[in-house]
Ligand binder design. Sequence first.
Ligand code: SF4
Ligand code: SF4
Length: 402
Amino acid sequence: MAQTDYTIFEILQMDACTGCSLCADVCPAVSATEDGKLSGVYRINELRRIMRSRTGLLQKFFGKQALSQELLKPFSDTVFRCTLCGRCQQICPSGIRLKDLWLSLRQDLVHCEAYPQKVDMIGENLAESHNVFDEDNEARAEWVEDMPDAPDHGYIKDQADVVYFTGCVSAYFPMAQTIPMALVEILDAARVDFTLLGEDEWCCGFPMLGAGLRDQVKDLIDHNLEAVRAKGAKKVVFSCPSCYQMWREHYPKEFEIYHVTQFLNELITSGQLALNELSLTVTYHDPCDLGRGSGEYEAPRQIIRSIPGVELVEMVHNSENCLCCGGGGNLEMIDAGLSSDIAKAKIGEVLQTGAQTVVTACQQCVRTMTTYARRNKAAIEVMDITQLVQKALAGKDRPGIG
Ligand code: SF4
Ligand code: SF4
């Protein structure tokens, strides 16, 4: 392990941990497994112990033994069983930026070759295919062909004011493709001059960060920046909160960037989008990377409230305290069972509200909650906010796509 994988700030912050265990109390992975080794407090204690063994007397006397794979592998198994939901960071009274620390720790473990095998798959897929599913990247906008009224240009223009960056999950996963289908229809209705990047869109790089492969994101970032520049666009819109957060935190500030909830809220407020009445009671699930990760809680709620006839009922845990759906941090690839157990707690709280529909603003949350609800026959409809707006555009009696 190498100290250089951490910033000085992260190293200093580790000592601010008082051991209060509040991070364990709110951790969805700990709640689902009752295993304290998945908690932030355990992880930070282990990390401090490892750091000491690396630099102090232990290292001098025991050398490499103190950092053997035997010690690191079981620790690594706990580190990667985390959704990177950020609830631990949000509650930590010492203000430790735990989510950043978990990303640096994953990178550190990758450098030590103590990591789950799936990490190699993520790295290879992205390096070779430029998308997380190892699909043909030329097929990134193939979902447009399934739209009955798609224009001849297939939403890929040479130049446009706005680029809609779809993200890997929405581009390739059939259950999520209804989201970009809904969004392009909405942008057309609002007469927004937009384009997709098509095969020139590469993964934003967020799965690489989550896998501990921070060293490898630069190519993806450089490529995507160049692709947006080539369109002459000033604005980039994301329906994926992780892509949005990645661009917000790791890309140079060259374009105006918006999560779709912010962009649509502006279109509604400015009168460019008129929404019809729907008769629906909904609850709203804050995606971790949009809410705690990017601080956007209001835009989606304003959109929901702007649709006549839609009633919003909040869950017990909402906004900054919202429970994770189980789909973040590459957890589904690392431990699908744990991801599903976390989704169970989420859907349980959704059902308590009595809402007909849970609306969210993330294709991965839609996938995770829908999969759990279908498998377990939970009486709840799961919908992305773009699909809700599409329904409101169509009006009460006309179904939207999806
Ligand atoms: S909440 Fe913060 S201070 Fe408390 S145990 Fe967790 S990391 Fe340490
Ligand atoms: S990021 Fe979420 S899942 Fe990971 S340790 Fe923190 S609270 Fe637990």
